[in-house]
Ligand binder design. Structure first.
Ligand code: NAD
Length: 293
C-alpha cells in the first residue's frame, strides 16, 4: 500500500481520496478548506497544514485542483524535493495540455514520474469509485500509476505521451457540448411543432440522430428519470465547468491552428448562458436558452 499525498479535496477530490483510504492506502490530504480537511479525517485519512508538509515522504501524489494555474503553483521544485525519490505524481485536474507537459517535464528533471490523468464520470463516479481516467505520460509511468488509479476508477485509458490525457479529455467534452446543444435544438424544434418530447426522443434514439445526450442525459424535463433535467437542472455537470473545458478546447485549437467552428459556437453559447446567471446549473439546461419564448 502506498503513502499518498492528496491535494484538492473538493467535490471530486474528497470522495476520490476517501476511496483510496478504503483501499488501505495511507492518505494524507491538503486543501485550503477546513471543511474538506475535516471530511477526510472523518473518512479515516490524515491531513497536513501545507502543500510542503503533505508532500513530506510521499511516494505518490494525486492532485485534483480547479485550473492549470493552481497545478503550476503546486508542483514547484521545493514541493518535489519533499517527496520520496522516484515518486509518482498524478494530476487529475482538467487543465491545458501545455501546463500539463511543463509540470511533467519539471517532475522528470527532479527524478520523479508524472502523468496527466483527467477524469470523466462526475461526482457520482468519484463517489462510487467508477471514474474513467484518461492518461498521458510515459508508458512505464502509466503502469506504475495504474494500481492507484484503479482504487478510484473503473476504466483506465492510456492516451499517449505527456499532455495526451488532457487533449483527449477536452476533445470528448467539446463533442459532448456540441451534441447536447444539437439534441436540445432538435427536441425544441419538435416540441414547437406539437410533438411529445418523449416520443420524439424515442424515435431519434432508434434513428441516426442517436447520441449520449439524447439517450442517457436527455435535456428535456420528464423524458428520463433521474436526469438533472428532471430535477430542475440541479447537480450534474455545471455550465461553468463546461464553459471552462470549452475554453481549454479553444486554446488547444489555437495552438495547432485546428478549425473547431462548432466548438467555438458551443463555447459562446455556454458563456452567454453562464453570464445570464446559470453557471451553477447542469449543462443540459442549455435547452432553456434555446427556448426562451
Ligand atoms: P472543487 O472546486 O469542488 O474542488 C477544488 C478544491 O481544490 C477545493 O476544495 C479547493 O479548496 C481546493 N484548492 C484550491 N486551491 C488549492 C490550493 N492551492 N491548495 C490546496 N487546495 C486547493 O472542484 P471539483 O469539482 O472537485 O473539480 C476539480 C477538477 O476536476 C477541475 O479541474 C474540474 O474541471 C475537474 N472535473 C470536475 C468534474 C465535476 O463533475 N465536478 C468532472 C470531471 C472533472
Amino acid at each position: 500500500m502506498a503513502k499518498i499525498a492528496f491535494i484538492g479535496l473538493g467535490n471530486m477530490g474528497g470522495p476520490m481520496a476517501a476511496n483510496l483510504v478504503k483501499k488501505g492506502h495511507e492518505v494524507t490530504g491538503f486543501d485550503l478548506s477546513e471543511v474538506a480537511l475535516n471530511q477526510l479525517v472523518a473518512q479515516g485519512g490524515k491531513v497536513a497544514k501545507s502543500a510542503l508538509e503533505v508532500a513530506k515522504g510521499a511516494e505518490v501524489v494525486v492532485s485534483m485542483l480547479p485550473s492549470g494555474k493552481h497545478v503550476a503553483d503546486l508542483y514547484t521544485v521545493e514541493f518535489m524535493a519533499q517527496l520520496q525519490p522516484h515518486a509518482v505524481l498524478i494530476d487529475s485536474s482538467t487543465i491545458d495540455a501545455v501546463t500539463a507537459r511543463s509540470v511533467a517535464a519539471l517532475a522528470v528533471a527532479q527524478g520523479h514520474a508524472m502523468i496527466d490523468a483527467p477524469v470523466s464520470g462526475g461526482t457520482a463516479g468519484a463517489q462510487a469509485g467508477t471514474l474513467t481516467f484518461i492518461v498521458g505520460g510515459a508508458a512505464g509511468d502509466f503502469d506504475r500509476a495504474k494500481p492507484i488509479l484503479e482504487g478510484m476508477g473503473q476504466n483506465i485509458f492510456y492516451a499517449g505521451e505527456s499532455g495526451a490525457g488532457q487533449v483527449a479529455k477536452i476533445c470528448n467534452n467539446m463533442l459532448l457540448a456540441i451534441h447536447m446543444i444539437g439534441t436540445s435544438e432538435a427536441i425544441n424544434l419538435g416540441v414547437r411543432h406539437g410533438l411529445d418530447p418523449k416520443v420524439l426522443s424515442e424515435i431519434m434514439q432508434k434513428s441516426s440522430g442517436r447520441n449520449w445526450s439524447l439517450e442517457v442525459y436527455n435535456p428535456y424535463p420528464g423524458v428520463a428519470e433521474n436526469t438533472p433535467a428532471s430535477k430542475g437542472y440541479a447537480g450534474g455537470f455545471a455550465v461553468d465547468l463546461m464553459t471552462k473545458d470549452l475554453g481549454l478546447a479553444a486554446e488547444a485549437s489555437l495552438d495547432t491552428k485546428s478549425s473547431t467552428p462548432l466548438g467555438s459556437t458551443a463555447l459562446n453559447l455556454y458563456r452567454m448562458w453562464s453570464e445570464a446567471g446559470n453557471g451553477k446549473f447542469d449543462f443540459s439546461s442549455i435547452i432553456k436558452f434555446l427556448n426562451q419564448q
